[in-house]
Design a protein around this ligand. Structure first.
Ligand code: BG6
Length: 366
C-alpha cells in the first residue's frame, strides 16, 4: 500500500499525459466521441472507493459543466435503478473491472437502454483493466493507466480515476461553454502541476503524519469532515481508515454533521477536518469551532493560505500546497491515505491483507 501511495505522482503524470496532449491541451475530440451530442444527464455507478471518485466527479460535473449528475451505489442499482431518459451518459467506475455489483448494474443499464430504445444513451467504463468483464460490457472504455494495484485498499487507482473524471469534466464544460477558454486552460495547467505537488506532500508531511498516527492508533472511533468538493474525500478517508485500521471511522459533510451526528462527540473521538481555502471554508471552520467547544482533538488537513488565527484552534496540522480549489481532492486524499497506512502499522496490523475484505468482490453467478 505504501509503495502504491508513493507511486501516485508518476501514475498521475502518465494518466494526465494520455488525456492532455501538450500541443493541444483540450485533447482531440475523438477521445470523447462517445458523448451524446445532446447530453441530458450523467449517471455514475460504482462501489467503495470507485463510488467516492464518482461523488467527487458529481461535484465537478454539476458545478463546473452544469450537467445534472446522479451517483448510485452499484449494489443498490438493481433494486433502485436511475430513471433513464434520452441522451443519458452512464459511467461505470471500477478499477478492477470485475466487481459483481458494478457489472450487474452496468448490464442492467444496458438492457434498459435497449428496451427503452434510447439509442442516444451511452454506457462507458472507467477502469484500470482494459481487458476486463466491464470492458466487454460497455460501449467505450476510458483507461486510468495506474499500473497494477495489489494493495487491497485502493490508493493510486483513486487518484487516477479522479484524473480521468477531471479531464472529462473540463472537456464537457468547454464543449457546453459553461467555462471560458481561459478557465479551462487554467484548470488544465493546474492539473499538470499536481504530480509534483503530491510528491511534495509525500516528502514533507510524512513525519507529522506518523506522529499523528501514533495517537490516532489509540482511538476506537474517528470522524472525518469535509465539505463541497471534499465531502467525498471525507467519506473516502473514513473508508481507508476502516479498511486498514478497523477504527470505526465515519465521514460527514461538515455542515450536515451539526444536524445530529454532533451528538457523537467525546474527547476520546478525534475529528479530522479538511479545511481548504474554498467556498466551504467558513462552514468547515464554523463546525471545527463547535467541535473544539466539546474539547475534542482536531487534526486539520489545511493549506498554506489558511489564516494562521484559524489554524490555532487545530491540535495538529497537515499543511498542503495550494492548488485550484476544484482540484484540492487530489491533494487532500494523500494525507488520509498515509494516515490510514501508518495508523494500521502502529496498531500492528497487516495493511496489505486486511481482514474480511478482498481486493475485488466477485460473487459467482448462481
Ligand atoms: C470492494 C473493495 O469490495 O470493492 C473496495 O473492498 C473497493 O476496496 C470496491 O473500493 C470497488 O472495487 P472496484 O474494483 O470495483 O473499484
Amino acid at each position: 500500500m505504501l509503495k502504491e501511495i508513493y507511486e501516485q505522482p508518476e501514475v498521475l503524470q502518465t494518466c494526465l499525459s494520455h488525456y492532455l496532449s501538450e500541443d493541444h491541451p483540450l485533447s482531440s475530440s475523438s477521445a470523447y466521441s462517445f458523448i451524446p451530442s445532446n447530453l441530458s444527464q450523467i449517471h455514475i455507478l460504482g462501489s467503495g472507493t470507485s463510488r467516492h471518485a464518482g461523488l467527487v466527479a458529481q461535484y465537478w460535473l454539476e458545478q463546473v459543466a452544469g450537467i445534472p449528475t446522479r451517483v448510485r451505489s452499484a449494489s443498490e442499482f438493481l433494486s433502485a435503478p436511475l430513471p433513464l431518459v434520452a441522451n443519458t451518459l452512464t459511467i461505470a467506475i471500477t478499477q478492477s473491472g470485475e466487481t459483481s455489483d458494478t457489472l450487474a448494474a452496468a448490464r442492467q443499464q444496458k438492457n434498459y437502454s435497449r428496451l427503452a430504445d434510447t439509442s442516444t444513451c451511452q454506457l462507458i467504463g472507467i477502469t484500470n483493466q482494459s481487458e476486463s468483464s466491464l470492458a466487454r460490457t460497455v460501449d467505450h472504455i476510458l483507461p486510468i493507466l495506474a499500473g497494477n494495484e495489489i494493495g487491497v485498499a485502493a490508493t493510486k487507482t483513486f487518484t487516477t480515476q479522479l484524473a480521468v473524471l477531471a479531464c472529462l469534466t473540463v472537456h464537457l464544460a468547454h464543449c457546453f461553454k459553461t467555462i471560458s477558454q481561459e478557465r479551462s486552460h487554467q484548470l488544465i495547467t493546474e492539473l499538470q502541476y499536481l504530480p509534483a505537488k503530491i510528491a511534495s506532500v509525500l516528502e514533507q508531511q510524512q513525519d507529522i503524519i506518523q506522529e499523528i498516527a501514533q495517537k490516532l492508533a489509540l482511538a476506537k472511533h474517528c470522524i472525518v469532515l469535509g465539505q463541497g468538493v471534499n465531502r467525498a474525500i471525507a467519506l473516502e478517508g473514513a473508508l481507508k481508515l476502516k479498511e486498514t485500521t478497523y477504527i470505526h471511522a465515519e465521514g460527514y459533510a461538515a455542515g450536515e454533521f451539526l444536524h445530529g451526528p454532533v451528538a457523537l462527540l467525546e474527547p476520546n473521538i478525534p475529528v479530522i477536518a479538511i479545511v481548504m481555502p474554498d467556498q466551504s471554508y467558513e462552514q468547515v471552520i464554523n463546525t471545527v469551532r463547535k467541535v473544539k467547544f466539546h474539547n475534542v482533538p482536531v487534526i486539520g488537513i489545511t493549506a498554506t493560505t489558511i489564516p494562521s488565527a484559524a489554524l490555532q484552534i487545530l491540535d495538529h496540522q497537515i499543511t498542503l500546497p495550494t492548488t485550484d480549489e476544484l482540484l484540492s481532492p487530489f491533494l487532500t486524499i494523500v494525507p488520509l491515505q498515509l494516515l490510514a497506512y501508518y495508523t494500521a502499522v502502529q496498531r500492528g496490523l497487516d495493511v496489505d491483507r486486511p481482514r474480511n475484505i478482498t481486493k475485488t468482490l466477485v460473487v459467482p453467478e448462481s
